[in-house]
Ligand binder design. Structure first.
Ligand SMILES: *Cc1c(COP(=O)(O)O)cnc(C)c1O
Length: 324
């Protein structure tokens, strides 16, 4: 199996700097995970690195994963598979089978895309895993890179942020980011819990799920990861249980800005994206990051937040800027 040197070590810290514009009386800073140097970057690179370790350890000969045709996760995973010299098989819902820059990249990289109706997804995945398992050693990654490795990618990212805060001599009162399957938020909040950071709120702006459904998944992911830390004997049971009690208070997952769900946007989001682009030279897509940034602006004014230091975590999605 070939190796990917970038994924063998700690990923380079992504740029963090102050925006040219204040928002109300708030200082806004950007953390640019869209600039992670692999396949157009984004949060799925941090997650993929954690899956990479397991894939190499287990000597897998196939990666199987799931996602729509606009999935950034599927782009990164199919690129990782070609770089490793192994095959990639993507199960994709028929309902969302329109062409995007991501689906073009995925096809070019040689991944096999198998479409099925959304209600047949689980069955299709199980069948494919069984078939591939008879001939070889497939490795399955949940949609969006969900699961403990994905959470751990953002626990590392939170620690990277702590170092940068220290270097810059600042502390962020708020962190905002686009929240989907919840692993990014789970990792960041896990970092906050483990570091005992009480003076900061992390706000996940839902791009699709309701507050109830999405928030629950974030909470469960954190709990699942803390339990794994106990299994690995890095967190004792009483410390774990103390942290588990704090999870619900820490998870702020708002569905106020998801509009009609995944991929939906309106003109105000497009206007926000254009403004930020012309001012900052930073691109955002409408499905994830543009929606979240617009949502953050609304949140700041609706909640009357003033005089704070705010971090907006850019989670990537660059190819989707070029809407098909
Ligand atoms: C996947 C994705 C998200 C959401 O991340 P989750 O960990 O699934 O919550 C946010 N932004 C971009 C650009 C993404 O690709």
């Amino acid at each position: 199996m070939k190796r990917i040197p970038l994924f063998e070590e700690k990923l380079p810290a992504t740029p963090l700097y102050r925006s040219r514009e204040d928002y109300g009386t708030n200082e806004v800073y950007f953390k640019r995970d869209d600039l992670l140097p692999f396949s157009f970057g984004g949060n799925k690179v941090r997650k993929a690195q954690k899956f990479y370790r397991e894939i190499v350890e287990k000597q897998a000969d196939h990666i199987v994963t799931y996602g729509s045709s606009s999935s950034n996760h599927c782009r990164i995973i199919s690129n990782m598979a070609t770089a490793l010299g192994i095959d990639c098989h993507i199960i994709s819902p028929l309902e969302n089978a329109h062409e995007t820059a991501n689906s073009r990249i995925i096809r070019k990289l040689g991944a096999t895309v198998e479409y099925c109706p959304v209600e047949k997804v689980k069955e299709t995945i199980d069948n494919r895993m069984e078939l591939l398992g008879k001939k070889g050693n497939p490795y399955f990654i949940m949609g969006g890179g969900h699961g403990n490795p994905g959470t751990e990618g953002y626990l590392d990212a939170y620690r990277e942020l702590l170092m940068q805060e220290e270097e810059m001599g600042i502390r962020f009162d708020y962190i905002f980011h686009a929240s989907g399957t919840g692993a990014t938020q789970a990792g960041l909040v896990t970092g906050q819990l483990l570091e005992g950071r009480q003076d900061q709120r992390i706000v996940g702006i839902s791009i699709a799920r309701t507050k109830e459904a999405g928030g629950k998944v974030v909470c469960e992911s954190i709990k699942g990861y803390l339990e794994e830390l106990t299994k690995r004997q890095v967190l004792d049971i009483s410390a774990r249980d103390t942290l588990i009690k704090q999870i619900e208070d820490k998870v702020i997952f708002t569905d106020q800005y998801r509009l009609n769900g995944y991929g939906d946007y309106h003109e105000e989001i497009v206007r926000t994206i254009d403004e930020v682009e012309s001012r900052e030279g930073m691109a955002m897509d409408t499905t994830y990051v543009g929606k979240a940034f617009w949502g953050m602006k609304q949140y700041l004014s609706e909640e009357g937040i003033r005089g704070k230091r705010i971090l907006f975590w850019h989670t990537g999605g660059t190819p989707l800027y070029f809407r098909a």
